[in-house]
Design a protein around this ligand. Sequence first.
Ligand SMILES: [Mn+2]
Length: 325
Amino acid sequence: MKNVGIFTHKGCDLDALCSTETMAEILETYYSNLKVVPIIESSYLDEKVKGNRKHFSIEEAKNIHLDYALVCDTNEYDRVYGIELFEQVPVEKRYLIDHHTGNRVELEVPDNNKLIDSKAAATCQIIAEKLLEKELDIPSNMAYNLYIGIASDTSEFNYNVTDKTVETILSLPLTSEEKQNAIISMVKLTLKQEYLLSKIEPVSVPVEGLKVYKLLEPENSKDTSLLVNHNDFHKKVAPTKENPVSCFIIGIGNDYIIKFKKLGECPINILEIATECNGGGHETMCVGRLYNDTFENVIAKVLSEYEAEKEKISLKEELSHKIQK
Ligand SMILES: [Mn+2]
């Protein structure tokens, strides 16, 4: 038997959890000589994933010899949970599936072992496309997991949805009830969502160009971060001409999810701000996470990172002026 360590990013979202779970299932189904070792941070989202197998912490996995490594949903060196274990695997035995681009420090993986599609809405979409293309069996649990993985990375089909995404979703063997429930949740607000929407408040900050919003909920409101992935929420906290960067802080107890968005032409590097807040994502839309913290600290962190990015831009401008002279 050979062991395959399966890795993903820290602060995992549903695309991370569902892509790793699906790959684990695929590997075990088609390769009888492989044993999968998912080395994944525990998350409150774990219970959303159907048939989620045991995850190993770094501590639990460190004595397991890994013959292969597969990383799903990130290509950034310092975002991988268990990077020290990944690095023990010889380079030629490392594999990667991802849909992110613009990485700062990439993982060392041979080009032939990489499956990267930056046009895909989610890593789960890449996997689903491959399964459909190869006409491989997709059990209903797997279809459901792929579906919620794609839904999560597209904010419930509001962003980055391409024809290919829709085609993939429609081709998955989901139950009609699952499809229907999903469609309803995409268009109509639930009572809880209406309540949450009414609780979003603007936060005044002494910074130009940045608009901050907050939604603070008690510890036990675990579903909150999923519920706010609705178009009505996105509209309410969207960046504007006057404030081309928006920051939406969702606090659940002491844990904070910070959603950053900006208008395309705005030069501020919000992805860097999100990365500094233990997150990542896309150039115009990304997410940071600060756990076990206070709202005051979160605001202070966001403002200082924002100022730092502004500073970088003015330095660049100064430099280019000097060069021109
Ligand atoms: Mn993803």
